[in-house]
Design a protein around this ligand. Structure first.
Ligand code: SF4
Ligand code: SF4
Length: 454
């Protein structure tokens, strides 16, 4: 049986790097580590220019509120702390470290000789917080906060290995190469939540990963999972299967009401790479300082999967993959459907970077047949959130935001299924995204005004 959801679209997969084993990237001469790679308050630097830092040492901390600490991915000297545009184009304070090549580990990084079964949920939450883990599928919500909010409120844990965006194969390689790491991370998270079983959701374009995981669960499940259970669910390959709401619907036929979260229907979802980071944090005492990144696109000489340190620049990633064979017209942090186009090659790998794509103008040639909407209804058929994208686009264009709210514009997950293949070339998701931003700004201004009155 193949699980699936209503709506969505079949996109060209371009999984060119599915057979490319992960290579450890040569650590670059310098890394630029942004002090905010998560949703929430920005971290403040805890190091000064000229100071020596070690691998895994904290270099930024969030004193209050939601947020994650930030750690050094290399050993070396802090060269400067300066503002660099993040993947969304927002200037972000970053710690630039000159790598001394010694890879000297911080004494704070030491393996834990406890098993997760002996820890309380709150203890595991704190370990995850200290390791600076935020959602590695791209959402970047602090994992400790997600976990804490779900303690005592969750009956089902899902591991998101759908990896439905074109090009990206980092999770696929993790499942093939380090299934033990993945399962150990799942065990830690299950222990924190007090659950006995998790479902690992994998799209059916990765049947080798399905077989690998089924085999390891059968042969070593007892040892790795400490008595917990894992079921593998095979999902139909369809975009955006990896969206949390679609996964929950596909597996459990539950719909999450607008404005609510998976935990409100008793579910919690973790990305595969996040589970691996939890394993390293719990068992090895290693904070989140590197991640698997797919480097692909028709400009790259040797596309592949790299284990890259956080803070490695896009330019260094490209160099590590043989350099350019064509001039990139577009550089995307993430997948082509939901990723963000970049301004230059100075930006760097962060905790949420699953891929960096370098695409030439042959690949990103703009749609030439822009015209008015012809009301074909394709976008509505494809929308996994059952919205009316053509109507929302029209309202967004006219800046009729109150009306757009009535049409539930805020439920749009910005998956881009509507824009993909619109015969009129309407840039639907761009209009909707801009309108959502304007609505949020307006709502924040109204809240500030109300607060002043009180
Ligand atoms: S797919 Fe494009 S042309 Fe068709 S209804 Fe939607 S916006 Fe209009
Ligand atoms: S309206 Fe939003 S949720 Fe619906 S298909 Fe378009 S981008 Fe996806």
């Amino acid at each position: 049986m193949r699980f699936t959801f209503k709506g969505g679209t079949h996109v060209n997969e371009y999984k060119n790097t599915a057979a490319c084993a992960v290579r450890v990237a040569d650590a670059p001469q310098t890394v630029a580590i942004p002090l905010s790679q998560h949703i929430g308050a920005h971290a403040k630097p805890t190091v000064e220019v000229g100071e020596r830092v070690l691998v895994g040492q904290i270099i930024g901390e969030v004193a209050e509120g939601l947020g994650c600490p930030v750690h050094s991915s290399v050993s070396g000297t802090v060269k400067e702390i300066k503002s660099i545009n993040n993947a969304q184009g927002v200037p972000m304070q970053s710690v630039v470290i000159e790598n001394d090549g010694q890879n000297e580990l911080s004494p704070d990084v030491c393996p834990r000789d406890r098993v997760p079964e002996d820890c309380s949920g709150e203890e595991i939450v704190e370990i995850v917080r200290e390791a600076g883990i935020s959602g590695m599928g791209g959402a970047t919500f602090p994992t400790y906060a997600k976990l804490r909010g779900a303690l005592g409120r969750t009956q089902h844990m899902i591991v998101n290995c759908a990896e439905c965006e074109p090009f990206i194969t980092a999770n696929h390689r993790l499942m093939l190469e380090e299934p033990e790491t993945l399962l150990l991370g799942v065990r830690v998270l299950l222990c924190a939540l007090g659950l006995d079983e998790a479902t690992v959701a994998i799209e059916d374009n990765k049947m080798d990963a399905v077989k690998t995981l089924e085999e390891i669960v059968r042969t070593r499940g007892e040892e790795l999972l400490g008595g917990k259970r894992v079921t593998i669910a095979v999902m139909k390959t369809k975009y955006p299967q990896g969206d949390e709401r679609q996964l929950i619907y596909a597996l459990m036929k539950k719909e999450i009401p607008a404005g609510k979260l998976p935990v409100d229907v008793g579910c919690i979802i973790f990305n595969a790479e996040t589970c691996a980071a939890v394993k390293r944090a719990f068992f090895d005492g290693m904070p989140l300082i590197s991640r698997r990144v797919t480097v692909d696109g028709d400009c790259i000489a040797q596309p592949g999967n790299l284990l890259a340190p956080v803070g490695m620049s896009y330019a260094n990633l490209a160099q590590e993959c043989g350099g350019f064979v064509k001039i990139p017209e577009k550089v995307i942090n993430g997948g082509p459907m939901m990723g963000a186009a970049q301004w230059d090659l100075e930006g760097s790998v962060t905790k949420g970077t699953s891929a960096v794509l370098f695409l030439s103008e042959d690949f990103v040639r703009p749609t030439l047949n822009h015209s008015a909407c012809i009301h074909c209804g394709r976008c509505a058929n494809r929308c996994p959130m059952h919205l009316m994208p053509f109507e929302l686009t029209d309202l967004a264009r006219k800046r009729q935001f109150d009306e757009a709210l009535k049409y539930d514009i805020m439920s749009c997950v910005e998956c881009g299924s509507c824009s993909y293949g619109c015969p009129a070339g309407v840039e639907i998701v761009q209009y909707i995204r801009a309108a959502k931003g304007a609505i949020r700004q307006k709502q924040a201004a109204e809240r500030a005004k109300d607060a002043q009155k009180k």
